[in-house]
Design a protein around this ligand. Structure first.
Ligand SMILES: Nc1ncnc2c1ncn2[C@@H]1O[C@H](COP(=O)(O)OP(=O)(O)OP(=O)(O)O)[C@@H](O)[C@H]1O
Ligand SMILES: [Mg+2]
Length: 356
């Protein structure tokens, strides 16, 4: 999209596909976050205070599927500038070469393909919120730039010399212990401390069993509403199976399991354990294999080092019963490195979890 600024300078807006902006004008409140457990209520209370305070930076930490994006939207909508834009950027999804100009913008001629001036997302968020998701993936080159922007509340577009004031609040989210990335040298310590000033830890679902049934009923209600059908119940064996499962994918996994169970239960009025398809997987996690050993076979045709690395990571993870921190320690690598090695591995539920 090309616009003209008042001075006649052509201006290119960031590509929506890359920014993943999620439209902040949709009203959202903390009331929509379901749960009664003490750790979740505590996280919501902190987030409420953060929303009302004039804080410029917040860090959300929680495993995948715990609701970080909901919290980010809650903080935005609970603040004084809820009518301003909410702009979401996934630091892992945008190539390094583009991320810098997406965030900070560029002037015409800043690089070969920069034909027009482009406003960065930090500018476009105005006095709203910039949600930096998967923050631990922020490339090392951009980390000092972000730190400077946070500290001085000013940026310069790529190729530009004018300082631009930054008004937006930055909500950063990460699903890994960012301290591990600092230890591994992939994340700057000074930026970590700057972000960590106000932090909201969102607890994993396995640590809040009180929320489990409540959430399951919430999703059953959602499905019933969407289908214009009667809400299904949960049979006692289904409740037991839900409680025994470890939920490595947290609330997102629960929502998917419930949606699938509704389909598989056909005309039955209640979901049974058999419809959840989690029992077998639960059992595997509940009894981590003792003293497992494994062999990495190298066929006659050979095997790439990357494949061997991945198999070694998987075997070690089996050995630790899915505990990634322990597996990383045994392998002598950082957790982020292990996560990178396992990135393309599609786990069976419960096999690979973020146990601490
Ligand atoms: N407490 C909750 N109440 C209702 N829905 C929830 C709750 N927590 C999470 N969800 C739902 O679970 C799904 C995952 O939540 P969300 O996308 O916010 O997680 P996330 O922490 O950002 O995950 P990821 O790290 O994988 O991006 C969404 O559909 C969200 O609406
Ligand atoms: Mg998210």
């Amino acid at each position: 999209m090309v616009n003209l600024e008042s001075g006649g300078t052509p201006v290119r807006r960031p590509t929506p596909r890359l920014t993943g902006a999620i439209g902040g004008q949709e009203p959202f409140s903390f009331e929509q976050i379901v749960g009664v457990s003490a750790p979740l209520r505590e996280a919501i209370e902190t987030a409420r205070l953060v929303a009302r305070a004039k804080l410029t930076t917040v860090l959300l930490v929680g495993e995948t599927g715990t609701g970080k994006e909901l919290f980010a939207r809650g903080i935005h909508c609970g603040g004084a500038n809820s009518a301003a834009p909410f702009v979401a950027v996934n630091c892992a999804a945008i190539p390094e070469s583009l991320l810098e100009s997406e965030l900070f913008g560029h002037e015409a001629g800043a690089f070969t393909s920069a034909q027009a001036r482009k406003h960065g997302l930090m500018e476009l968020a105005g006095c709203g919120t910039l949600f930096l998701d998967e923050m631990h993936h922020l490339p090392p080159l951009l980390q000092p730039k972000l730190l400077r922007a946070l500290e001085e509340r000013r940026i310069r577009r790529l190729g530009g010399s004018t300082e631009i004031n930054i008004e937006c609040r930055i909500v950063a989210a990460t699903n890994v212990a960012i301290e591990d990335s600092v230890e591994a040298g992939t994340f700057r310590e000074d930026l970590f401390y700057r972000l960590n000033v106000l932090r909201v830890d969102i607890p994993p679902l396995r640590d809040r069993p009180e929320d489990l049934e409540l959430l399951a009923h919430h999703f059953l209600q959602d499905v019933a509403r969407a289908q214009g059908a009667r809400e299904k119940g949960l049979a006692p064996d289904a409740v037991i199976a839900l409680r025994e499962h470890r939920w490595p994918g947290n609330v997102r996994e629960l929502r998917n399991v419930i949606e699938r169970a509704v389909v598989l239960s056909g005309d039955e009025p209640a979901i049974r354990a058999a419809h959840l398809l989690i029992q077998q997987r639960t059992a595997r996690v509940a009894t981590p294999p003792q003293g497992v050993t494994g062999t990495i076979a190298i066929p006659l045709g050979g095997k790439s080092l990357a494949e061997i690395e991945r198999e070694a990571a998987q075997l070690t993870l089996q050995l630790t019963g899915g505990n990634r921190s322990r597996a990383a320690r045994l392998l002598g690598i950082s957790r982020p490195t292990l996560a990178r090695i396992l990135r393309d591995v599609v786990p069976l539920f419960g096999e690979i979890e973020e146990a601490s």
